[in-house]
Design a binder for this molecule. Structure first.
Ligand code: M6R
Length: 363
């Protein structure tokens, strides 16, 4: 049942305020300003976190690396499941291994989990299907409460994965003595505000649909982001290519000069994900480099960012302002809507893109 939407993907994008609220209710219950997990995990003795996943779930892990390192001061390694075990990585003592999977059945992720059994101290998973193989074979499974995801392109599972991973990073920060009760309460308040913030991001639907009409004419699209926006750029590019079949690539903005700038001309839309955060000025100078070569900049930022740098851009999409750590969850919405409307403009099969399966159970 598409609940009045044209596609499951549209329905699942629209559901995000609601499903995120559900995840928040479980991990940050209102009466407490601490993170509640469905079982015991103590990060105070953990020396290293290894995260493994595929596709969108992998980009959720790359995002979480920033959180675990910055907020919890925990060294993190992130890997693609299909590469991880063939490399035969050493798993030092006091490693916590974390596997992220919407379906909980992805063959490579499951094989990576089995590789870590007997080696890692603790095996955690972040899953959408609590009775899945990955959930069953881990010491503790953390459900994301996204509800069934039908569209092949992962949307609500991604933002719910991020929400749970952020809660876990905050728990790690508290266990390791890097977060005061006051700071934790500040995060909790900001996270509880997310459903409303996501709803206002969804109000940009029409502006994004218009931008997507133009993007649908492109052959290639570049996505740029710095810091927490870099993994989101990767996710935005994946979403666009899988459902619209437009070639899209993502780079950390700072890498522009090291190669991809050679591609920029008047036919190249460049999506710049840049809230007005500590790295904003650097992103703007990267944006100027694109504009100087007549690249078409699609800027996604907040009002302050757009006021400061939005004059010469091809189009600007305005997001609400949130605490910096929360920006990947918010900016996922325009990235998803851009891919969705571009695919609709091109007339591709949004929910069942060619050559793809919802759950990849072969290696
Ligand atoms: O079920 P999983 O989360 O393990 O699936 C991982 C990937 O196959 C999945 O995220 C894939 O990349 C999606 N089609 C992305 O939209």
């Amino acid at each position: 049942d598409k609940a009045g939407h044209k596609h499951f993907m549209a329905k699942e994008i629209a559901e995000q305020p609601h499903v995120i609220a559900e995840a928040i209710r479980h991990y940050l219950p209102v009466e407490e300003d601490t993170v509640r997990l469905p079982g015991e995990v103590d990060f105070s003795q953990v020396e290293r976190l290894t995260m493994v996943a595929c596709g969108t779930a992998y980009y959720a892990c790359v995002t979480a690396k920033y959180w675990f390192e910055q907020i919890a001061r925990l060294p993190v390694e992130v890997d693609i499941a299909s590469e991880f075990r063939y490399r035969e990585p050493p798993i030092p003592a006091k490693t916590l291994a974390l596997f992220v999977s919407q379906s909980g059945e992805t063959a490579d992720t499951l094989a990576a989990l089995r590789f870590c059994q007997e080696k890692a101290d603790t095996i955690l998973s972040v899953v959408n299907v609590p009775e899945s193989s990955i959930a069953r074979e881990s010491d503790l499974a953390l459900p994301i409460f996204a509800g069934p995801e039908i569209g092949v392109a992962s949307t609500k599972a991604f933002t719910c994965q991020l929400t749970v991973l952020l809660a876990l990073a905050l728990k790690a920060a508290c266990d390791r003595g890097h977060l005061s009760a006051e700071e934790m309460a500040e995060y909790a308040t900001a996270i509880r505000g997310l459903p409303n913030v996501l709803s206002s991001a969804l109000e940009q639907n029409e502006a994004i649909r218009q931008a997507a009409q133009k993007v649908s004419e492109a052959r290639d699209v570049l996505f740029l982001g710095r810091g927490l926006m870099f993994p989101l750029a990767l996710e935005g590019a994946l979403k666009l290519k899988e459902i619209s079949y437009i070639h899209a690539e993502a780079y950390a903005s700072g890498e522009l000069k090291h190669g991809p700038i050679a591609l920029i001309d008047k036919n190249m839309p460049v999506v710049v994900l840049t809230p007005k955060d500590a790295l904003f000025d650097k992103s703007v100078s990267n944006m100027q480099e694109v504009l100087a070569r007549k690249g078409k900049v699609l800027m996604i930022s907040d009002q302050d960012g757009i006021n400061e740098a939005g004059d010469d851009v091809w189009c600007a999409i305005r997001m609400p302002r949130v605490k910096e750590a929360l920006t990947p969850i918010l900016y996922a919405i325009p990235a998803q809507l851009l891919a969705y409307h571009t695919a609709v403009a091109k007339g591709t099969d949004v929910d069942q893109p060619r050559n793809l399966a919802k759950s990849v159970t072969v290696e």
